[in-house]
Ligand binder design. Structure first.
Ligand SMILES: C[S@@+](CC[C@H](N)C(=O)[O-])C[C@H]1O[C@@H](n2cnc3c(N)ncnc32)[C@H](O)[C@@H]1O
Length: 877
């Protein structure tokens, strides 16, 4: 593969700068989400965007623009796609001539060979993408590599991958290939001097002359300096040695030599201190590890702009040049120095010193070094000795791990104090609550602890209203704070169990999530179960959107309010619905690039495209397929929400909202996939469980002594009822107790119209009805062999012995102190493992499909079919 990238001119600088600003957008849709670089590349090519983490910078008039990394990349990572119009070679040649002729456009045509044929990508007119600005690596080794990637049913794509680990701030460069006809820059000599000497200026596309003085304020210089915190390499090159090192130029990897040379007019040195004359504005672009403050101070004091760079012992290589006259360029590398040491390299503002520098001797240097003023850039403190300075730097490193006593809010005056106790006793001594504390010193600490707890609660309550709340706890802890439902105290989650005993809480009591718990206490109009629902929301970004956004709050209240039975299922489904709305809103905001936009705007027809992207973002799977079931749920959720909002607008006499009609315009693909999946995939023979493992499992659940009674019975009922959704696992004790209310056994015998099979079914089998999904009642058949086990599972004493919460009235409870029922699929999985069935695909859904497939093959009369489908829980359209 050879790349032919023709040179261009520098005219588009302004427009590219604008483009760069657009590219710097940090929206989440520009973040990678794939670990596998191939998949990652496929996803980004599919989405048609560039990843975050790169920026376009102007390097020099010679090289033009380049792509730089804003973060660290690992070897093998997919970086960017070279995106453009796909054209053939003839068209490419024509366009190249045209671009050259009209001279207004740079030409970005990439030529590669695929299946023996030359193909081209023209990125000349590509807007808002970066890869076309990546330069050729020559003369350095490349840090990335362009690969041709062929994804399913697609034309090949040009993808740039990291060839090695790439640091932040590095320029992305790859090998343009060995077709050097167009790579004129490879014919240039003396790249080390950053193109100051062109050997054949005819080749130079920019017609630069040798005395070209680059623009030091260009983006590249300032940006690369600020982004680089490392002092990795300083080269001191001797040029015209009038005297010993009278003129030196300094180059380092963060400042192209050309730029420096033009701006550092004189760099004099004789011995160790190197005196350089810097222009004022250059001093402000010095890297962090040189002392900028010192130089600025000097300027403020009206002193000269001449500075002395002196080095302490650590920069030993500098000594090497003090005595000997070099025969050629001398390289002094400080790259071996650890960062902390490199900080010691100082710029000392000292007019007198600079005047003397040209004749400075070794003793001058030691004097200077000993007089060195070590300045800590973090806290502005100055040190006379290097030892003191080093210790001080270490102490900074420790700060992050040292506990800093937080300031507490005084509940009496609303101010924060670092010594709350002292403040309360001194200032609020006359307060009714404080007097007893002062009078009974023995109880002081307990009483203060209560006051502190209350103050933390109030403080955290205030934090809840903030976008990025920072919560406090009783004792120091990093993140993960829990709130006690009993005393409202805040504790480290890790140690909450200790407090649980102190507060005499139930062993299985949970801490409550922070912000929602606090907000819920504020709103007394909300019933307890709804507060409970609020508390169960997670406290991440989506959770906080759900609790703050008025529209979501309204929808949540309506969804919750319209359910008669507030079962665990209903709770879960409302929670999941509002989290889905929250997720949509988060994505919607990010696409709209407006943090303040409210979720009601998602229902505004004019914002259709943003909503579309938001849906796309959350339903898109890693392998570029879609979560179609989820997408269809979103459809229904949006429809319901739009109805709620319309109703609300009418009620509040605001007139009808401009709510969207959510037709299948957005959701057609999901609907298609669902139908396809239901009609085809589920019925495919390889999806259906084999008879053998089903039989084995049936036998196992029958023969097993009900040691793991719950799992066995739940699995048996799931198989027996052949029903979707694990409904038997949701049976409640009440369902079992009231089973006789549905069919009176005594009367079954007298029902002449029943066939013998039906009669047997009704006599032997227990029938109960439970609520299915939505409002449907679904029958559950319990075979005779499970009756005893059902009695055992419902026995209150046995349940107590098994530590099942008394409030949990599911027959098949989840044991982990949860108020919920077990997941039917988990039971089957467990039993399969016990029965030695490997990789089983038995589950309620598959089993139901298997049975109905078998049943469909039978020649059954229509009325019997009706009986079968209604009684055996197989849904009929
Ligand atoms: C695909 S463009 C790269 C982006 C380009 N720097 C710009 O500003 O548009 C290729 C052009 O960049 C310049 N270029 C690429 N690699 C270079 C290198 N190693 N040295 C000098 N110029 C280079 C040449 O002008 C070349 O024609």
């Amino acid at each position: 593969m050879a790349a032919m990238l023709t040179h261009g001119k520098r005219m588009l600088r302004a427009s590219l700068k604008k483009q760069q600003e657009e590219n710097n957008d940090c929206s989440p849709e520009k973040r990678s989400k794939h670990k596998d670089p191939g998949k990652d590349a496929e996803w980004w090519c599919h989405v048609g965007l560039d990843k975050d983490g790169f920026s376009l910078k102007y390097i020099s008039d010679y090289k033009g623009y380049g792509v730089f990394t804003d973060e660290v990349w690992k070897k093998g990572d997919f970086l960017l796609e070279y995106f453009g119009e796909r054209i053939n070679i003839q068209e490419a040649e024509e366009r190249e001539r045209k671009y050259d002729k009209d001279g207004t456009k740079m030409c970005y045509i990439f030529v590669y060979r695929f299946n023996g044929k030359q193909e081209c990508i023209d990125a000349t007119c590509t807007q808002g993408r970066l890869c076309q600005y990546a330069n050729d690596a020559y003369p350095e080794p490349p840090n990335c590599v362009m690969k041709l990637k062929k994804f399913k049913n697609q034309k090949p794509r040009l993808c740039l991958f990291a060839h090695r680990d790439i640091n932040k701030g590095e320029e992305l460069v790859y090998d343009y290939g060995d077709d050097t006809r167009n790579l004129w820059w490879r014919k240039k000599k003396n790249r080390g001097n950053e193109m100051l000497t062109f050997i054949d200026s005819d080749d130079d596309p920019f017609d630069l002359d040798k005395t070209y003085i680059p623009d030091v304020s260009s983006d590249y210089v300032s940006d690369s300096i600020t982004s680089s915190n490392r002092l990795t390499c300083i080269d001191i090159l001797s040029t015209d040695c009038l005297d010993m090192y009278d003129e030196l130029s300094i180059s380092s990897h963060w400042i192209p030599k050309s730029e420096i040379i033009s701006d550092i007019a004189n760099i004099h040195t004789r011995n160790k201190p190197v005196a350089i004359t810097l222009p004022c504005d250059f001093t402000s672009t010095l890297p962090e590890n040189m002392d900028i403050t010192a130089s600025l101070d000097t300027k403020q004091a009206g002193m000269s702009d001449t500075f002395t760079i002196s080095a302490t012992k650590e920069v030993d290589p500098l000594c090497d040049i003090s005595d000997t006259k070099p025969s050629g360029p001398t390289h002094i590398t400080t790259s071996a120095l650890p960062c902390e040491e490199a900080t010691i390299l100082k710029v000392i503002a000292n007019k007198a010193a600079s005047a003397d520098t040209a004749s400075a001797t070794q003793s001058d240097i030691s004097n200077m070094t000993s007089k060195a003023d070590f300045h800590c850039v973090q806290c502005e403190r100055r040190f006379k000795t290097k030892g003191g300075f080093s210790n001080h730097v270490k102490s900074h490193n420790k700060v992050s791990t040292v506990y800093c006593k937080p300031k507490r809010l005084c509940k009496f005056c609303g101010q924060v104090y670092s010594k709350l106790k002292r403040h309360i006793i001194q200032v609020h001594k006359d307060c009714k609550e404080v007097k007893p504390i002062i009078e009974n010193p023995g109880q002081q600490s307990a009483a203060m602890s209560t006051i502190r707890k209350e103050s933390i609660f109030e403080q955290n309550k205030l934090q809840c209203t903030k976008e990025n709340p920072s919560f406090q706890s009783q004792k120091y802890c990093e993140g993960n704070i829990a709130c006690c439902p009993n005393c409202n105290g805040f504790y480290a989650k890790k140690f909450f169990f200790r407090h649980r005993d102190k507060c005499h809480l139930d062993k299985c009591a949970f801490s409550k999530p922070i912000p929602l718990a606090l907000l819920a206490t504020e709103d007394d109009t909300v019933d307890a179960s709804f507060k409970d629902l609020l508390n169960s929301l997670r406290t991440d970004e989506v959770g906080s959107v759900c609790q703050r956004d008025c529209t979501i709050k309204l929808i949540r209240a309506r969804l919750w309010g319209e359910k008669n039975e507030k079962t665990m299922e209903v709770r879960k489904s409302v929670c999941s619905d509002i989290r889905t709305l929250g997720r949509l809103h988060v994505e919607f905001k990010s696409f709209e690039k407006n943090e303040c936009i409210e979720s009601v705007q998602m229902f505004n027809r004019e914002k259709f495209s943003s909503l579309k992207i938001a849906i796309y973002k959350i339903t898109d799977k890693e392998d570029s397929s879609i979560k179609y079931g989820f997408k269809e749920n979103i459809y229904y959720l949006l429809m319901t929400s739009a109805e709620i909002l319309k109703g609300e607008a009418l009620q509040s006499k605001q007139g009808e909202v401009k709510a969207m009609e959510f037709d299948y315009l957005l959701f057609g693909d999901a609907r298609y996939m669902i139908t396809q999946s239901r009609q085809e995939r589920l019925r495919l023979p390889n999806r259906l469980p084999e008879d053998e493992p089903v039989e084995k499992l049936r036998k196992y659940t029958l023969e097993h002594e009900f040691v793991e009674l719950r799992n066995a019975v739940s699995s048996r009922l799931t198989l027996f009822n052949a029903r979707r959704g694990g409904e038997p696992s949701r049976l409640k004790i009440d369902h079992w107790c009231k089973r006789n209310q549905w069919i009176a056994k005594s009367q079954v015998k007298n029902l002449d119209f029943l066939s013998p099979v039906e009669r047997k079914v009704f006599c032997d089998i227990e029938v109960t009805f439970q609520q299915g999904k939505g409002t449907r009642l679904v029958s559950c058949l319990i075979p005779a062999d499970c009756k005893k086990a059902m009695d055992i599972l419902c026995d209150r004493n046995i349940r107590m012995d098994a530590s099942i919460q008394s409030t949990n009235d599911f027959i098949f409870p989840n044991m982990e102190s949860s108020p919920n029922h077990v997941i039917g699929w988990d039971c089957i999985d467990y039993m399969c493992k016990k029965a030695g069935i490997e990789n089983s695909n038995i589950n309620a859904t598959n089993n139901r499909a298997r049975l109905s497939t078998m049943y469909a093959a039978l020649d059954v009369q229509p009325e019997d079919r009706t009986f079968f489908t209604s009684t055996w829980g197989i849904q009929r359209k």
